[in-house]
Design a protein around this ligand. Structure first.
Ligand SMILES: C=C(O[C@@H]1C=C(C(=O)O)C=C[C@H]1O)C(=O)O
Length: 165
């Protein structure tokens, strides 16, 4: 991985905040693609330590600058752990804006991938790098585990003059 991409892929603070600042004057928007309840994919269940046939909350978004998707993301959490977290009401507000306000937040290791996202998204950009990590908070009270998978698109590389990988 090139050094400029490492800066993005290995960052552990809020990606939303980074994208907003990299976009400069251009408007930022979270475009909600899909959200609802269903089964996790087997690799997602494994990452979350949950049974594959338990229900999960799933959310897919595009993080857009000037209406151009730069990053697409899919987040998955076991439904039973979500009670009272009101994540369904996030709408087009960034998950990061809520997540990084949680005082006892712990982020697990980041795993990078060159695989394409396992979900469809608008536009004809390709994914250059993907990554995922599990966030946990409120562990002492049997709290929330949230798997966040983010894919950096070629449109972002074009706009920021980043290398192809
Ligand atoms: C996790 C963050 O939030 C971002 C926002 C998301 C959303 O709104 O669904 C999903 C993934 C993230 O890239 C972050 O800002 O780091």
């Amino acid at each position: 991985m090139s050094a400029p991409w490492w800066q993005w892929v290995a960052s552990t603070d809020s990606l939303t905040t980074r994208i907003v600042s990299a976009g400069g004057e251009r408007p930022f928007r979270v475009r909600l693609l899909r959200q609802g309840v269903g089964f996790p994919q087997p690799h997602e269940a494994l990452a979350l330590g949950m049974a594959a046939r338990r229900y999960a909350w799933r959310r897919e978004v595009a993080l857009c600058v000037d209406e151009t998707p730069w990053v697409v993301a899919r987040s998955v959490a076991p439904l039973e752990a979500l009670r009272g977290q009101c994540l369904e009401n996030l709408g087009e507000r960034s998950l990061g804006s809520w997540l990084f306000r949680q005082p006892d937040l712990v982020r697990g290791p980041l795993y990078a991938t060159r695989h394409a996202p396992g979900f469809t998204f608008p536009g004809d950009a390709s994914s250059l790098w993907g990554r995922r990590s599990v966030f946990q908070h409120g562990c002492k009270h049997g709290g929330l585990s949230l798997l966040v998978q983010e894919y950096f698109l070629s449109t972002m590389a074009d706009d920021l003059a980043l290398p192809s990988r």
